[in-house]
Design a protein around this ligand. Structure first.
Ligand SMILES: NC(=O)C1=CN([C@@H]2O[C@H](COP(=O)(O)OP(=O)(O)OC[C@H]3O[C@@H](n4cnc5c(N)ncnc54)[C@H](OP(=O)(O)O)[C@@H]3O)[C@@H](O)[C@H]2O)C=CC1
Ligand SMILES: O=C(O)CCC(=O)C(=O)O
Length: 478
């Protein structure tokens, strides 16, 4: 098998050890061999990005626009092939994989437009005769560290704005999904990014990630992943006065009130909690349901779960693909055990499943009779596991929704304008959904959370400029 190399300083860099990329739907299927960089290669990539920064930061907006537009066009033209690769290595269904790839194309398209819209401000000075001008300048070398659960979209929503605003990039994807990262890098490189402005460094977090965090030539780090790693990123960046941005976990509530449309509530819950195998930081892992609708809701969700097909991500008719790997599967199963031990009722699922090929298949699990202090209601599981919490009324539901160390996405299903409006205002989350799943967002508006979910400026949309640029205030006496 040929090795897919890293891209460093304008060339595909040979010489690193390689790792197999395995399909979680069929562990006998090796997708390819991908390089695993050592520390030295990571440092070479950082040096290349540093050297490329002066020229790229001053490059013309037409050049940057055209490159990003070209990336978008190629991703879109190859959406079926890239979506298939994504689903094959990550395990989300083919429809979800192709959808994610299309979203990545739209993100590059959006930031191609943002290059042209970059503007400043001219203000009067409080001192007569002086001009004040505000401009945005690129931050410098940006280290991009991404997780496995959105292997194309998350890299896209970090790489596109980084390049659009004139930064150079060292991109370290998650080790579990090098295929999507390599394919995206190959497209970016062929779109004409100058030598050193974009570098791909696949490898271990503890090696490549650590090199990025601790090298003073990296000016800013954008990270999506677990809370534990996020805290390491924060500590390293603070120590070196680097700019940083963290997107981490969630324990997102979906409130269902007595007056909800039952069909909408069930669709929101099943989609939000279990699609993409529940491996979304925006997943509705807590279903907070008022007394009057509770039993009907649980019965209808259970009925719907019975009809969902858990199988090979690439098979037509699969609703839920496998868990991403053995480690994540072990974590999911251990939380199912914890839920039982804590006294929750396993109303549906939670069984390990066997399919035609060996893979990490898990039946979606629904817990009922859960209480707020249970670990399954407080800790992120990151799998197809959700718990129902019964509450007496809206006030108790809102309190339960906010009773979490996280604050990414928060949803409500209701036909009451009064409760919907109150919830929108009082939910302690970065994103609020009314009669919609907590997961599944637009690409042109801010994405991010509060409390333990996020740190630093928002990602996506024009708000991305807050992270990828720094403001300069210039005073001139003409
Ligand atoms: N809020 C959000 O937007 C999202 C949050 N998440 C959260 O991420 C978790 C699952 O993703 P997962 O990928 O396992 O998370 P991790 O935090 O383990 O990994 C995220 C990235 O950080 C890298 N990394 C690991 N250790 C270090 C280190 N010491 N220094 C620098 N980089 C390091 C990883 O590398 P390697 O691949 O080698 O491990 C990977 O590229 C869940 O908890 C989920 O909630 C996931 C997606 C989105
Ligand atoms: O819900 C979405 O569409 C995005 C979720 C996400 O970014 C994540 O889970 O990492």
């Amino acid at each position: 098998m040929t090795i897919h190399h890293n891209f460093i300083a304008g060339r595909w860099a040979e010489g690193a050890e390689a790792q197999d990329n395995v399909n979680p739907s069929n562990t006998g299927d090796v997708i390819g061999e991908y390089a695993r960089a050592d520390r030295e290669q990571a440092l070479e990539a950082i040096a290349a990005a540093r050297a490329a920064f002066p020229a790229w930061s001053r490059s013309g907006i037409q050049q940057r626009h055209d490159i990003l537009q070209k990336v978008s066009s190629e991703i879109l033209a190859r959406k079926d092939e890239l979506g298939r690769l994504l689903s094959r290595e990550e395990g989300k269904t083919l429809g979800e994989g192709v959808g994610e790839v299309m979203r990545a194309a739209q993100i590059f398209d959006f930031f191609a437009g943002e290059v042209l819209r970059l503007s400043g401000e001219k203000l009067a000075s409080t001192r007569p005769g002086i001009d004040v001008e505000l401009t945005r300048e690129p931050v410098g070398v940006v280290g991009i560290i991404t997780p496995w659960n959105f292997p194309v979209a998350i890299p896209a929503w970090k790489i596109a704005p980084a390049l659009a605003y004139g930064n150079t990039v060292v991109f370290k994807p998650a080790e579990l999904v090098p295929g999507s990262a390599w394919a995206l890098a190959d497209i970016i490189v062929r779109a004409g990014v100058p030598e050193g402005a974009f570098n791909l460094v696949m490898g271990r977090g503890a090696v490549v990630g650590d090199a990025i965090l601790n090298d003073p030539r990296v000016d800013a780090v954008t990270f999506t992943g677990s809370v534990a790693t996020g805290k390491k990123v924060a500590a390293a960046c603070v120590g070196q006065m680097k700019k940083f941005q963290l997107e981490m976990g969630g324990k997102n509530p979906l409130v269902v009130l007595d007056d909800a449309d039952l069909g909408i509530a069930v669709d929101c819950a099943v989609n939000g909690a279990f699609f993409s195998t529940g491996q979304r930081c925006t997943a509705s892992s807590r279903l907070v349901v008022t007394d009057g609708i509770h039993d009907r809701f649980v019965a209808a969700v259970t009925e719907k779960l019975k009809g969902l097909v858990v199988d090979d991500a690439l098979k037509a008719g699969t609703h839920i693909g496998p868990v991403v790997d053995q480690g994540q599967l072990d974590q999911d199963i251990s939380y199912i055990d914890i839920g039982r031990e804590e006294g929750a009722t396993l109303a549906f699922g939670g069984e390990r499943l066997n399919r035609e090929n060996p893979g990490f298949y898990l039946q979606p699990a629904l817990f009922t009779d859960t209480t707020p202090e249970m670990r399954i209601n407080r800790e992120e599981i990151f799998g197809p596991v959700a718990s129902v919490q019964r509450v007496k009324d809206y006030e108790e539901a809102l309190a339960a929704a906010n009773d979490t160390p996280f604050g990414l996405s928060s949803g409500i299903c209701t036909t009451s304008l009064k409760y919907a409006s109150h919830f929108r205002r009082n939910a302690e989350a970065g994103m609020v959904m009314v009669n919609l799943p907590t997961a599944g967002v637009d690409y042109h508006v801010p994405f991010g959370g509060r409390k333990g979910s996020s740190y630093g400026p928002r990602e996506q949309g024009r708000y991305a400029a807050e992270f990828y640029t720094t403001v300069k205030t210039a005073y001139t006496l003409p």
